[in-house]
Design a protein around this ligand. Sequence first.
Ligand code: TNX
Length: 756
Amino acid sequence: MKKIIIACLWCCISLFAGYAAQDTPLNITPAPQEMTVKSGTFALTPQTSLVVGRTQRADLQKVAAYFQAKINRATGYDLAIKNSGNHNCISLQIDRSLKLGDEGYRLSVTPKRVQVKARTPQGLFYGMQSVMQLLPPQIESEQPVDGIDWTMPCVEIGDEPAYGYRGMMLDVCRHFHDVEFVKKQLDIMAMFKMNYFHWHLTDDHLWTIEVKRYPRLTEVGSVRHNADGSIHRGFYTQEQIKEVVAYAADRFITVIPEIELPGHALAALTAYPEYSCTGGPFELRNKWGVEDNVYCAGNDKTFEFLENILDEVIPLFPGKYVHIGGDECPKKRWKACPKCQKRIQDENLKDEHELQSYFIHRIEKIILEHGKAMIGWDEILEGGLAPSATVMSWRGEEGGIAAASMGHDVIMTPSPWLYVDAGQGAVEAEPIAIKFAIMLDKIYNYDPSSEKIPENLRHHVLGAQCNMWTEYAVTPDYTEYLLYPRMLALAELDWTPKEKKDYNSFARRLDSQLVRLDMHHINYHIPLPEGPMANRIAFTDQTTLTFHNSRNYPMVYTTDGSEPQAGSTRYENPLTFDRNTTLKIATLLPSGKLSTTRTLEVVREPLMPATDQATQPGIERRRTEGNLYFVKDLEGAYWTEPQVVKDFSLKTSGDEKGAYCYTGYFEVPADGIYYFSSEMDELQIDGRVVISNDGRLVRHSHTRNSIALQKGKHAFRLLMINNNIGGYLRAWNNKGFIFAPEGGTLALPDPATLSH
Ligand code: TNX
């Protein structure tokens, strides 16, 4: 018991020591346009009141009540909302004469009082978020926190956003995320003054919004059978949609629904195959990637169906925008469909690209009839842009540049910068993701207003949005890990004018913001110790490991197998090992919080002897049939006679069942330690399993190992089982294995060095 108390005390001391160091007045994120720090502080006490003036405006009262409740939760203080007062108060005042935009605010903190002025309640809301950020980070706590000095530094702030659109998109179709999760993210968006939540509600993999007129959309379209036999399901009732929309509105966030068409529609077509070109039947797609079956553009009933859906969905979302997707619509079915071909003729269209444009134009009319504005991904530029469309540029900036140059509004979401489904670190250290590595500074330094857009048209850039696609974000925790802290960088690039952005300042302020995220139990990413290319490090005499992390935080480690703690040995210099060791190393934040632990097995082993057997050029490839999943399914398999091939290149459709086995020899140029990786199921070298991905979802060369090899020829055996694991087909991976000596770049063996 005594030990536990001491441990707790130590935690508290180190945590609060951390907080104190960050409690500078300059933590407001996104950074305000103008801020002057004055001397003195304002102390929040149980007697402090919220003053809203004589106004009876319900929207203003609501803002005051929102922060009253928030302050109450963290401090236990029950602040009164009053009509007047000049002392020990936080006053919220609408002032239409302010020379600021509608989202701007002025904030003045003196020892006597805090005063927030804005033209609108939204501006006051943002001013109050800045007030929260001047207080210690525990103000975000859900429970009263004792022993905190609730004071804030005196400042004068004049602030407003650089862009009117500051968004986050969440895909709930690849992996469903429930109402609680969505609300939690809306809370965080509001803290960082973001104002658009783009909800990707329909796709090939799930339809997630109730439509009463078409019940099968959710009965059938919201239940996916994964290849491994598991079921993934989820949808929102209209009541839940309204609840989220209202919750967002209380935080001045507009929800934009996305109903995808004409592609990414397989969930709807599985429920109602009559609106496809072939008539189905279909199943919800359970592998990632782009689907050929799309809505039939030649059938008027398709448009009736979509109109009925939109008629029911649009009124649930009071905001101005409706997103209709428009991306990744293969033209294969349309090319073979007599109705689509007839439409092309009747409408005098040049080709299927103009048919896509025709489709979008018809949908645009429906949206305009509802008094709304249409947003589409940049493919809606194909075959002619619909006149009123706002374009979301995702494949790069080009679509956005083209659309803005044509005088259309654009929202920048280019994937090389703003796709937060990409990992944020080295592939061997981070969990699986669609690609690597979009680091925090890369997002932060993105500039939405490309100089390629003529200056007089640059105002068409409404802002930027980060996109959270969830193919690999299987759990809500992992979705948060990918989103944070990068969403905060997005918030700042959207709010803070380019000239005032400063990554070092942002990174420093982030240390305090992360503690606020802790208060909301957000599972944000902490940079992992990087350096070694694998987590099993072989050596013959001794080895030296060097670590760093992407934000230069301190790191701590143990070598006795125990989990590192904040007080564990600090990593100062490269570590040298001459005996078998389990090294556990983690990154330490100023708050005292640790990253996940990286565990490395450092293993002494003798050089594996090479073979002097005579061999011939080429390697052997065998095949076996069957619905196989795991390596053990290959026991007793009947393998075909070997075919001698020159390398690992193999064209195989991922859907065909069976397995391939490659055997042969490869050349090691010199005695030493070699690093290996493979995206296939199993790699054996000299009869030893070096890489195993058995039954595991694999993308990129994640699984790595190192072994000690003597110069010369070594035998290998490589297994590839055609299957769909976690939505990714093995066959989509790079075939073969890659290797390199320590410090080298992993690469496929040169075919000239392969033999059997
Ligand atoms: C492309 S972005 C897509 C999505 C995928 C995403 C994965 C866009 C409009 N389409 O369907 O989920 O890539 O990064």
